[in-house]
Design a protein around this ligand. Structure first.
Ligand code: BLA
Length: 262
């Protein structure tokens, strides 16, 4: 929650900040299966075509803050990607990056490398993602702050300060840019955003977690209609009882399955 509060505080200074309403059923759900709540928000501003954020509160069993900032099409800047998860306090996963739209050296030097100094300060955030879900050479930078902790301590001592600095530098960078009004360039950027959504929707291991709490139909819609809304929503085969088994359930999610309060 302190992460969301900080993000909201920072967002207050965005020019033209407005709520972007979306389907109520996707914006909030309680779980009838386990004690859990998922709530999401979406905004736009003069500089961002979309900022979305999600908070999952399943008590100690699962705490999640997930957010993506999509600049307007006139900016070819990286997206700000945030995925912080804690399962039972003993499995803490932190993923934070200026997510590059392309992997050209010049682009990375301009947009991602300037924050290398932040990552260098926090040794604990220098971990490497596995190859199980994502491909680190697509939509991720070398400045990806990545960590798996077995306790909650580094969340306060490393992740929170790093998060504040990434957010501060992201906005400083954005504020220093002059957006283009070249329609071809804007279309190129929009297409890359779409590619990001398709790529992420295909790989995000969250779908299994959502299905555990809120069922696979909702999980499918939430992933494709809200989280990565430029991706196509696949039609689920209601007749296939094994369909959920196709979704890989990460080990940490198994822990989140233990109901904490009855
Ligand atoms: C990993 N993200 C995960 C995992 C889960 C989620 C369950 C796997 C944990 C594990 O077993 O190792 C959960 N993802 C979520 C949730 C949401 C979500 C709950 O989107 C939404 C509310 N993921 C992102 C964004 C980034 C991201 C924006 O959503 C980029 C900053 C990255 N998630 C990301 C990476 C991993 C991950 C890199 C770890 C992959 C690995 O090491 O295998």
């Amino acid at each position: 929650m302190p992460f969301i509060e900080h993000q909201l505080e920072v967002m207050k200074d965005l020019e033209g900040l407005k709520d972007l309403p979306f389907e109520a059923e996707l914006a909030m759900q309680l779980s009838t299966r386990r004690a859990a709540r998922i709530e999401s928000w979406q905004w736009e501003s003069k500089m961002f075509r979309k900022i979305r954020a999600t908070y999952i509160d399943a008590g100690v069993a699962a705490q999640v803050f997930n957010s993506v900032w999509y600049p307007r099409e006139g900016y070819d800047a990286p997206l700000l990607g945030i995925d912080f998860l804690s399962f039972g306090k003993k499995k803490v996963l932190c993923v934070l990056d200026f997510q590059p739209l392309v992997q050209d050296e010049e682009y990375l030097a301009k947009y991602c490398e300037p924050i290398a100094y932040i990552k260098e300060k926090y040794e604990g955030l220098a971990g490497q993602m596995s190859k199980r879900f994502y491909d680190e050479t697509q939509f991720f930078s070398k400045q990806l702050a990545f960590a798996k902790f077995d306790n909650a301590k580094p969340v306060k001592s490393q992740l929170f300060p790093a998060f504040k600095e990434y957010l501060r530098d992201y906005l400083k960078m954005m504020n220093g840019l002059v957006p283009t009004d070249n329609v071809n360039e804007m279309k190129r950027v929009r297409d890359l955003h779409k590619e990001y959504d398709i790529y992420s929707a295909e790989r995000d291991p969250a779908v299994g977690l959502f299905a555990t709490y809120w069922g696979k139909e909702w999980a499918n819609r939430f992933t494709h209609d809200f989280l990565f809304s430029d991706s196509e929503t696949p039609i689920l085969d209601e007749e296939d009882p094994d369909e959920l088994e196709d979704v890989e359930m990460p080990a940490t999610v198994q822990d989140a399955r233990n109901p904490i309060r009855g």
